[in-house]
Design a binder for this molecule. Structure first.
Ligand code: GUN
Ligand code: ZN
Length: 435
């Protein structure tokens, strides 16, 4: 048994601040105590320190803020190299940049090398858990899971299912997609901290037969996730209605195949009608809101207040490479601005919740990650109060923790992440995990 203590300023959420305003804890001088990588206590240092004097290791974190690791609820690792590609809207962007990039992942060496880079980039940005798209190639998911497993990360990934409206070399079939997914689930789901997500790309690139096979995978493998895109752009929505004339609306295409539920995560959901919101709520389905991507691709302004009104859970996603940053702080910044344009002023605490416990809830992993409640896995980061001269100067005049938090969210990026710890082990700065 190894007992470790981290001392410093600590902040975490206990619940959604829109529902329970006081459901957060801040300790100006706090300690986070871990035993074998899991939280055993978190609280005021004066109150708790005496109980843990005999700890094996005691680390002080000065001039920074210790918070839970960030949770990215939607990202594509094979799009790492097409991040920041110019000048296209969704369908064009997929055809011009994304599909050509994804073709390269039939090569396991390429998949391995990109997975390693991608995971290092997540850790450098303070993201400790993510829901990740692979490509259609099973070897892309093998490579990603190997890289995540080696570092004991809590990650979810899946092979893309796509059997039409895409280059032939990126297509599987309803049957091969089913068989390859089932084999990946058998090999990886529940191994260490890993989970599998059945991953049809979106309604435009799957036949109804393939979407039904996706539903079959969910029924046959309780506990796996469903991960796809939904109502991101108007053009996409119009095409879906034409492609599935029997369905009442976009969400109905997925619903009829049994793809909705509390482990289902739909990226975007910008252009949904009332019926769809109601059905999302009824089935406890979740949204990954990706503001950097929605602005970059020009898809629209996500109506967070509609999700709140309907009681639909929302997390934040970077959606790299549609999104132009790996940083959940940058993502938080853009989420704030998107809501400003919708006349919805979001509090710093709500933004913080969306990037941590809210994301964990969207992934149905809040029993394991998202805050510092006893028993949870010890994934945390240290945000640096002196990452740039401007941050130092701005924080010198912040008089409350919420003012400090908001300035970090608006001014922060990868430079703000001083350290990233996974199950109580420091993984960034790098301790030299071999690749
Ligand atoms: N819709 C279908 N595929 C994709 C993708 O790769 N990225 C984004 N942003 N939207 C999609
Ligand atoms: Zn996406």
């Amino acid at each position: 048994m190894s007992l470790t203590v981290h001392q410093g300023e600590i902040l975490h959420c206990l619940d959604d601040p829109t529902e329970h305003q006081d459901a957060w804890e801040y300790f100006e001088d706090g300690i986070l105590v871990l035993e074998d990588g899991r939280t055993v206590a978190c609280g005021d240092s004066k109150r708790l320190a005496g109980r843990f004097r005999g700890a094996d290791c005691w680390t002080r974190h000065e001039n920074g803020l210790l918070v839970p690791g960030m949770v990215d609820t939607h990202i594509h690792y094979p799009q790492t190299e097409v991040i920041a590609s110019h000048g296209a809207r969704l369908i064009d962007w997929l055809e011009t940049y994304t599909f050509p990039a994804e073709l390269g992942f039939s090569d396991p060496v390429r998949a391995h090398e990109t997975s390693e880079f991608f995971i290092r980039e997540l850790l450098r940005n303070g993201t400790t858990s993510a829901l990740v798209f692979g490509t259609v190639h099973p070897q892309s998911v093998e490579a990603f899971f190997e890289a995540a497993h080696k570092r004991n990360l809590r990650m979810i990934c899946g092979k893309v299912l796509m059997d039409r409206n895409a280059p032939a070399d990126l297509c599987d079939t309803a049957e091969t997609g089913y068989l390859e997914s089932a084999e990946l689930i058998r090999r990886w789901h529940g191994r260490g901290r890993l989970g599998y997500a059945v991953t049809p790309r979106f309604a435009l690139t799957s036949s109804a037969a393939q979407l039904r096979q996706a539903g079959r995978l969910l029924t046959e493998n309780p506990g796996v996730h469903l991960h796809t895109h939904l109502a991101e752009s108007r053009e996409e929505c119009d095409r879906v209605v034409r492609l599935f004339p029997d369905c009442g609306d976009y969400l109905d295409v997925y619903d009829r195949c049994g793809l909705l539920g509390r482990r289902s995560v739909f990226a975007h959901g910008i252009h949904l009608g009332d019926r769809e919101w109601g059905r999302m709520r009824e089935t406890r389905s979740n949204i990954a809101h990706c503001p950097t991507s929605n602005l970059f691709i020009g898809s629209g302004l996500f109506p967070l207040s509609e999700a709140d009104r309907h009681g639909v859970r929302v997390g934040l996603g970077t959606d790299v490479g549609g999104g132009d940053s790996f940083s959940m702080l940058r993502t938080t910044n853009e989420a704030y601005k998107v809501q400003q344009l919708r006349h919805n002023v979001v509090s710093p605490l709500r933004l913080f919740y969306l990037a941590t416990l809210g994301g964990a809830r969207v992934l149905d992993l809040d029993g394991c990650i998202g805050n510092f409640e006893p028993g949870k896995e010890g994934d945390f980061i240290v945000l640096d109060y002196a990452s740039t001269p401007l941050v130092t100067r701005r924080l010198a005049c912040a008089s409350t923790i919420m003012e400090t938090l908001f300035a970090l969210q608006m001014l922060g990026d990868d430079r703000s992440i001083r350290e990233t710890w996974v199950m109580g082990e420091r993984q960034y700065p790098d301790q030299g995990v071999s690749t």
